[in-house]
Design a protein around this ligand. Sequence first.
Ligand code: SF4
Length: 347
Amino acid sequence: MKSPSVTLRSVDELCDRALVPRERLDELATVAARYAVAITPAMVELIEAGDPHDPIARQFVSDARELEQHPEESSDPIGDDAFSPIEGIVHRYPDRVLLKIVNACAVYCRFCFRREMVGPGRGGLSPAALAAALDYIQGRPQIWEVILSGGDPLVLSARRLKDVVSRLAAIAHAKVIRVHTRVPVVAPERITAALVRALRAGAKATFVILHVNHPRELTGNARAACARFVDAGIPMLAQSVLLRGVNDDPETLGTLMRTLVECRIKPYYLHHADLAPGTAHLRTTIAEGQDLMRAIRGRYSGLCQPTYVLDIPGGHGKSPIGPNYLSDDGAVVEDFNGRRHRYPPRR
Ligand code: SF4
């Protein structure tokens, strides 16, 4: 599809682009009133209009099933609130904090675990709230790493990012800055030389973690945007969400991981989809996720293996969820072909 010049932000605009049939406008307007819509030109261009199974459309185009809320789903599925001592900070693990500097994104993903908190016009931290958040970090010497999150921090201007990074750089015990973003794939034109310089402003160890779910997202422009970080000495890792109908087959998942490695991006986490409201149609079971991990283990390079993790509801953090290749008693280990071997071997 020919790309629009601006981000689509309403169901009406999705109808105009034939991404949803006009007869469903009223129904989907109800969805959009609850969960924000934004599809950037780069992502619209990738969508095969009229294909109800298109893996890019499934991630961004509103769906009536989002109005179905299941009892186990929650507006705060990973328990951010319980670990937020002050506005903008989530302090779940001892040595690191999330610094949520903005609540807007370039796109709004239909599976987002913070979907009730993000949206256009939600803005970011006020100057006073940012100062208080930085004071919180300054006052806790155990904080070794600061994760810039949101929303998507790379929707901010290079000037604002440089300000935040420079102020973090002044905190001696915060040795590492990590930026979580979807922007290099959904709006690669935002990754300018000025923005890359802004992330280097503090001269701290800085990592960019790319959120990407399907190999088609890694267009030429997205690869070039990522190369700008890597060439500037900013290592990149990737996190993906396991999504039904998007990447829940071994070939798509393996191709995604290989493409990332070819772009010099190390696959880091494969997240089991969180229990966010209205997302059941996009979730797999954990058993299905484990089967996928088994399928890519051994058939794809070790560089292509993410860790499959679950964010435990209630805020208890991430845990790896297998599969496990070692028997409970530690006496039998399974290889990538499913064959079992005694350990140590019997002589
Ligand atoms: S970019 Fe991230 S925070 Fe924003 S809607 Fe998508 S998943 Fe949520």
